[in-house]
Design a protein around this ligand. Structure first.
Ligand code: SF4
Length: 220
């Protein structure tokens, strides 16, 4: 009995004020709408800038760097580190609002070369690029499913050199076999590319002058 009274004495009673503060805190937690999640495939830092800026207010964004098409290793790591630098800076600047996450996929450039080499003489925008889009989007969709994301999409559409209808039709095909939906976002619209140039300057990002593979670089 003595023990029981002692433990009763230790119970901390919460005042009415505390309870109403707690209730209103709980309500604000419960009422805050949960943002849908999106796995955003990103080819480089500059392209990611305006896409992240556009998505972050409405989605929980995870950026996915999966680019085996960047066949030069040094270039691959330079673009990855530029992208990470941008995300770090963006997160610092928006710390009170949202946090963007980052993950990196496998660097399986041999797999890319195996698929792309028979199409090495294709012009940029031709069949080699279809294979390249398809490989990167399929991997993004798979990863989004694994992470139980609501959506997947890509920054590739921000480039004026990339055909959005091709990207969209690949994304729509993939979503038929996989749970997350393709987020239909043509990021070049509403001056998305121009904004990416502005933001790249603002964050001092390295901006490459070729698409990614050595075939494209050699054709310059
Ligand atoms: S030019 Fe660009 S999109 Fe086309 S295959 Fe090379 S890296 Fe991929």
């Amino acid at each position: 009995m003595a023990e029981k009274s002692e433990s009763a004495a230790n119970i901390r009673f919460t005042s009415c004020d505390d309870i109403s503060a707690l209730t209103s805190e709980m309500q604000s937690v419960n009422l805050a709408p949960k943002k849908p999640s999106v796995l955003l495939h990103a080819c480089c830092g500059p392209c990611a800038t305006s896409c992240v800026e556009r998505l972050a207010p409405d989605y929980a964004v995870t950026v996915y760097y999966y680019n085996p098409n960047i066949t030069d290793r040094e270039e691959y790591y330079l673009r990855r580190d530029t992208l990470k630098h941008f995300i770090d800076e963006f997160n610092k600047e928006n710390a009170a609002l949202y946090t963007v996450s980052f993950i990196e996929g496998a660097y399986d450039s041999e797999r890319f070369i195996e698929k792309a080499d028979p199409l090495k003489d294709e012009p940029e925008g031709g069949r080699r690029c279809d294979v390249c889009f398809s490989m990167r989007l399929a991997e993004t969709a798979k990863m989004a499913a694994k992470m139980e994301m609501d959506y997947f999409t890509t920054t590739m559409s921000v480039s004026p050199h990339k055909d959005y209808e091709k990207i969209k039709s690949l994304g729509s095909m993939l979503e038929q076999d996989i749970t997350p939906n393709f987020l239909d976002a043509d990021f070049k619209k509403k001056n998305g590319f121009g904004r990416s140039v502005e933001l790249s300057k603002k964050y001092g990002l390295y901006r490459q002058n070729f698409c990614g593979c050595d075939y494209a670089r050699a054709a310059k």
